[in-house]
Design a protein around this ligand. Structure first.
Ligand SMILES: *Cc1c(COP(=O)(O)O)cnc(C)c1O
Length: 429
C-alpha cells in the first residue's frame, strides 16, 4: 500500500490547502448522513450558499418595486448584466467590453456563427473535432444547411490520432494546413468533454488565422476550470455555459466573448433591442445601432433571476482567484492520478493526457481487465457501485467514467474515498 493511500496523507494535504474554507460555502448533497464525494462539477457545479441571497434579492425587489426595479436601488435590472462583466473578465482573461452573459451556450454559438461564419464560394468549410459535443455538431451542421451547403463537403473533422482518443497539435496543424484555403471557421473546444484533453488555444487560434480562417472556442469545460487568456489567445469569439465549473445553477445564463477587434464590426448579426446602444434603446426608433463590443449581440432583456446565482459564484472566483484554483486543481487531480497508477492500474486506465498542460481537473477513466460476472460493461458496474458509496462521477457512453475533482469544493479526502471505493469494488468482483 502506498503512503498516499492513507487518511494521514490526505488529511495533511487538506489541512494545508489555502482554499479549504471554500468547501463550507457550498451545499453538499448528502448520502447516508454524510457529504457526497461529488466529482460532477463538469456537469452541474454545486450550489454556492450565497446564491440564495442573490435570488431572493431579485424576488424581493420584484415584490416591492415591480417595474421600478429596473431603474432604482441597488442591483438595478437595466444594467444588471454589467454586474457580472468585470468579475467574469478576470476568470476568462478578457476585457470587460469583450464579454456578455446572455442566453444559453448553444444559442450563443448560433449567434456567433451568424456573424463570424461567412462562407464564400472558395472558403466555406467549418473545421471541428471528430467526436465533438452533439449540440455543437448539430449547431454547425444546421448552420451549413441554413447557408445551402452540404455538411458532407463543408464539415471537416479532425480525428483523434493518439492511442487514448486524444488529438495531437500536429494533427490539428495538418488538417488546417491541408484544408486551409477552404476553411472559413475553426471551432474548437477548450477542454474536450469526453477525454478531458485541454488544448493550447493560442496555438489553435494562430494556426487558424494563419490559414485565413476565423476561430471560435467552446469553453463549456474550460471556463472556471483552467486559467484562460481569452483576449491574448486572439480568438474571434468564444462561448461557454455557467452551470458546470462556474456553479451558477441548472440552465444558468451563458457566457459569450467577442474579441475587441470586432467591437464595432459591420458583419451581419441577428439583432434584438437589448443589443441596441443603451443611449437610444428606449427611443424605440426603427434603427439598430449596436452597442460596441459583445453586448451588441444581446437580443432580449436578460433573465434576472437566472443571472443572480452567477453573482454569488463570481464572488467566490474573485476571492479564490484562478491561479490559486489551478494550483490546487493540479495537486488534486495529480493525487487522483497517483492513486490510480500506484494502486488501481490493474482495473483503471486513464484516458486523459498525463501532462498537466494538456488537461484540466477532469480525469476520464476506463475500466480494463475483463467483463463483470453478469456480462454487463465493467465500467457501468463500477460507476453504479461508486454511486452506492456516495461517490459521484458521471458516465459517458460507451465506456468512460468522468471524475472531476474541483478545487473549490473537493478535497484530497474525497479523492481517497473514491480510490477506496474502487478497491472495494475490485475486491468484491
Ligand atoms: C455542456 C455543453 C453544451 C451544452 O449546451 P447548452 O446550450 O448549455 O445546453 C454544449 N457544448 C459543449 C461542448 C458542452 O460541454
Amino acid at each position: 500500500m502506498s503512503e498516499f493511500l492513507t487518511d494521514d496523507y490526505a488529511n495533511a494535504q487538506d489541512a494545508s490547502d489555502p482554499l479549504r474554507h471554500f468547501r463550507s460555502e457550498f451545499h453538499l448533497p448528502q448520502h447516508e448522513g454524510r457529504d457526497q464525494a461529488y466529482f460532477v462539477g463538469n456537469s452541474l457545479g454545486l450550489q454556492p450558499k450565497g446564491a440564495r441571497a442573490h435570488v431572493e434579492e431579485v424576488l424581493d425587489k420584484w415584490a416591492n418595486e415591480a417595474v421600478e426595479g429596473h431603474f432604482t436601488g441597488s442591483a438595478q435590472w437595466m444594467p444588471y448584466h454589467e454586474l457580472v462583466r468585470e468579475p467574469l473578465a478576470k476568470v476568462v482573461g478578457a476585457q470587460p467590453h469583450e464579454l456578455v452573459a446572455m442566453n444559453s451556450l448553444t444559442a450563443n454559438l448560433h449567434l456567433m456563427m451568424v456573424s463570424f461564419y461567412q462562407p464564400t464560394s472558395e472558403r466555406s468549410a467549418i473545421l471541428i473535432e471528430a467526436g465533438s459535443f452533439p449540440s455543437d455538431r448539430y449547431a454547425v451542421e444546421s448552420q451549413l444547411k441554413f447557408r445551402g451547403l452540404s455538411p458532407e463537403s463543408t464539415l471537416i473533422e479532425v480525428a483523434p490520432d493518439e492511442a487514448d482518443g486524444t488529438i495531437s497539435m500536429q494533427a490539428i496543424e495538418r488538417a488546417i494546413t491541408e484544408h486551409g484555403p477552404r476553411i472559413a471557421l475553426v471551432l474548437w473546444p477548450g477542454v474536450q468533454y469526453r477525454t478531458g484533453q485541454a488544448f493550447d488555444l493560442k496555438e489553435v487560434a494562430r494556426l487558424a488565422h494563419a490559414a485565413g480562417a476565423m476561430v471560435g472556442f467552446d469553453l463549456a469545460h474550460a471556463a472556471g476550470n483552467l486559467p484562460l487568456q481569452l483576449h491574448d489567445s486572439g480568438a474571434d469569439f468564444a462561448v461557454w455555459c455557467h452551470y458546470k465549473y462556474m456553479n451558477s445553477g441548472p440552465g444558468a445564463v451563458a457566457g459569450c466573448f467577442v474579441h475587441e477587434r470586432h467591437a464595432n464590426t459591420t458583419r451581419p448579426r441577428f439583432a434584438g433591442w437589448w443589443g441596441n446602444d443603451a443611449s437610444v434603446r428606449f427611443k424605440m426608433g426603427p434603427e439598430f445601432n449596436p452597442t460596441p463590443g459583445a453586448e451588441g449581440w444581446q437580443l432580449s432583456n436578460p433573465p434576472i433571476l437566472g443571472l443572480a446565482p452567477l453573482r454569488a459564484s463570481l464572488d467566490q472566483f474573485g476571492r479564490a482567484t484562478m491561479p490559486a484554483l489551478r494550483a490546487k486543481s493540479e495537486r488534486l487531480t495529480g493525487y487522483l492520478e497517483t492513486l490510480i497508477h500506484e494502486n488501481l492500474s490493474d482495473v483503471l486506465q486513464i484516458v486523459t493526457p498525463s501532462e498537466p498542460s494538456r488537461r484540466g481537473c477532469q480525469l476520464s477513466i476506463r475500466v480494463v481487465g475483463g467483463h463483470g460476472l453478469s456480462g454487463r460493461s465493467p465500467g457501468r458496474s463500477l460507476f453504479e457501485h461508486l454511486a452506492t458509496q456516495g461517490v459521484l462521477g458521471d458516465w459517458r457512453e460507451p465506456d468512460v467514467i468522468r471524475i472531476s475533482p474541483t478545487p473549490l469544493y473537493n478535497t484530497h479526502a474525497d479523492v481517497l474515498r473514491l480510490a477506496r471505493s474502487v478497491q472495494d469494488w475490485r475486491n468484491g468482483r
